[in-house]
Unconditional design. Structure first.
Length: 384
């Protein structure tokens, strides 16, 4: 009899970029993968899994319009009867979790697995500090508790895990920890960087949004515009319905920033990169770009949040961007870049230490895959 595993996520392309190894590993374990997500420009045309496209408003919670998403998940669970339902990102694990509870009332007996890849913008300090933000959190809280009651929940940092437990969303027996999304360390190789006096190449890679600190990098680039030996690049795309997005036209107006669009060959790009910048203003989990950059020996620079703190020991495996405002952070970043340009020995030493850290502390695809497969198959000794 065929065993189905149903993955529900928001957008297909990023899901495959981060977690295609889980789909492949599940297939090797005898599961038939099914994925429900929004299609986008970066997803492959030839797909070796069953795909069910959906339409979602990613950055708005509207119970009425989201009802169709909930019903589609419920219908697919009932029709496919998956042995495992794996939900990734907040809308899927909220509505998918609710759908799974109802499906169990109808006789479904599958296992629910949730991936919390950071607390996201909904639980950011900015949201918690505003009346509307706190109202959203308070409204969603009881639904999250109900939706996740029987799930195994994976987190990328102890902070996120402890946050959910302290808020009473789950109990400690449901929680699991994994280091990032898993990286093929054979693809991301340690690269020798140019000697002192060469050009310094600075990269932002991710969704083009201000809250990831793209505005900090843009301002730092303006401040360093006259230094031709420092080059800035931005890779990624923006979602049209995201009010926080930075348009590509805003980037191309800054003469020393090269906009690369969506880059498929990140290992190649990172071999030509010296410094990674991620001045995020919310908790992202352990950002994949920092793991990838570290593996390649790039210098990591990021604001201080639990996901970056998992990788960066200041001055040893990377550097924290200091400051309480965009202007202060941009000033510190520009000073840091200029300092690192002069310190070839420091760049080499810190880059080597970062690469060694991710290679020896459970950030590989193999480590990540085992954590999930053990739960999918019931081989985990502490499985619920």
């Amino acid at each position: 009899m065929c065993k189905n595993i149903l993955f529900v996520t928001n957008v297909l392309g990023p899901f495959l970029h981060h977690r295609e190894h889980l789909v492949s590993a599940a297939r090797e374990e005898g599961f038939s993968p099914i994925i429900m997500a929004m299609p986008n420009s970066s997803h492959p045309r030839d797909m070796d899994f069953e795909f069910h496209p959906v339409s979602l408003k990613l950055f708005q919670f509207n119970p009425i319009s989201d009802m169709w998403f909930f019903l589609k998940i419920l219908f697919l669970i009932q029709r496919k009867q998956p042995e495992v339902l794996h939900l990734v990102t907040i809308k899927p694990y909220l509505y998918g979790g609710l759908a799974s509870r109802l499906a169990k009332m109808f006789g479904w007996r599958g296992k629910v697995v949730i991936t919390v890849a950071g607390l996201g913008r909904l639980f950011s300090e900015n949201q918690s500090a505003s009346i509307t933000g706190r109202a959203k959190q308070k409204f969603i809280h009881p639904f999250l508790v109900f939706a996740t009651k029987y799930a195994v929940v994976f987190f990328e940092t102890p902070y996120d895990k402890n946050y959910w437990i302290s808020k009473g969303i789950i109990n400690k027996n449901q929680a699991r920890l994994t280091n990032g999304t898993g990286l093929n360390l054979e693809q991301f190789t340690l690269t020798k960087r140019p000697q002192n006096g060469g050009k310094i190449r600075v990269l932002f890679a991710g969704r083009l949004i201000r809250s990831k600190g793209l505005d900090v990098l843009m301002l730092a680039a303006k401040q360093l515009k006259g230094i031709k030996s420092i080059e800035f690049s931005v890779a990624g795309e923006a979602y049209r319905d995201d009010d926080d997005r930075v348009l590509p036209g805003e980037l191309t107006q800054i003469s020393n920033i090269t906009y690369l669009g969506l880059v498929e060959n990140m290992p190649s790009l990172l071999t030509e990169t010296d410094i990674i910048v991620l001045a995020s203003r919310y908790n992202e989990g352990v950002p994949r770009i920092l793991i990838e950059g570290a593996a390649c020996g790039c210098i990591l620079t990021a604001t201080k949040f639990p996901g970056s703190m998992a990788l960066i020991k200041n001055g040893e495996t990377g550097f924290f961007i200091e400051g309480n405002s965009i202007e202060e952070q941009a000033k510190h970043l520009s000073q840091l870049i200029q300092h690192l340009q002069k310190e070839n020995h420091t760049r080499h030493k810190v880059g080597m230490a970062a690469s060694e850290f991710v290679r020896n502390n459970g950030y590989s695809i193999e480590d990540n895959t085992k954590n999930f497969i053990d739960v999918y198959t019931g081989r985990e000794t502490t499985a619920i």
